[in-house]
Design a protein around this ligand. Structure first.
Ligand SMILES: [Zn+2]
Length: 172
């Protein structure tokens, strides 16, 4: 299932790239990427609007693609039963059922709970080739996905605590 999903995400990414595609190659297109995202996602807000709604830490991660320091996030060593939502727009992203201890210092999940709420995108920043994970509703940066996770998917969604909101208990 997740392979199909990743494929769909990839196709979506390609279409996004095409629509964005006046983009010149080069590394300094971060602003452009952001504005493209704002045109593409269902929830569109200006940076000022997001800043009013989010804490500085949340804003830094979700809107500026920051990464919290490892082992510092509130959900790193946290295994209560419940559901994780996008801290910016409230879209459901993960549940505690697929959360595991990766030892890497950030919350790790082996599968999203609602595939359509997640977008994956190739990220070549910081001299690495990674797959960025974003909220499909608001375009918020969540973290990255790597292929060294446990069964059944073999994936590790490495997500910033600051991008998540947790609600304890079973889903309504
Ligand atoms: Zn969101």
């Amino acid at each position: 299932m997740s392979i199909n999903f990743r494929f769909i995400g990839f196709v979506a990414l390609i279409s996004i790239s095409f629509s964005a595609c006046a983009q010149k190659s080069g590394n300094n297109n971060q602003t452009k990427t952001t504005s493209t995202a704002m045109d593409t996602f269902e929830i569109k807000k200006t940076d000022d609007e997001w800043r009013k709604q989010l804490s500085p830490v949340q804003f830094g991660i979700l809107r500026e693609k920051g990464t919290e320091r490892p082992y510092t996030g509130e959900f790193d060593k946290f295994y209560e039963e419940g559901t994780y939502y996008c801290a910016a727009c409230g879209a459901e992203l993960f549940t505690s059922k697929t959360k595991y201890n990766s030892g890497c210092g950030w919350p790790a999940f082996y599968e999203p709970s609602v595939n359509k709420n997640i977008v994956e995108k190739r990220d070549v920043s910081h001299g690495m080739v990674r797959i960025e994970v974003m909220c499909a509703k608001c375009g918020g940066h969540l973290g990255h996905v790597f292929e060294d996770g446990p069964k059944p998917t073999g994936l590790r969604y490495c997500i910033n605590s600051g991008a998540l909101k947790f609600e304890a208990g079973k889903k309504k």
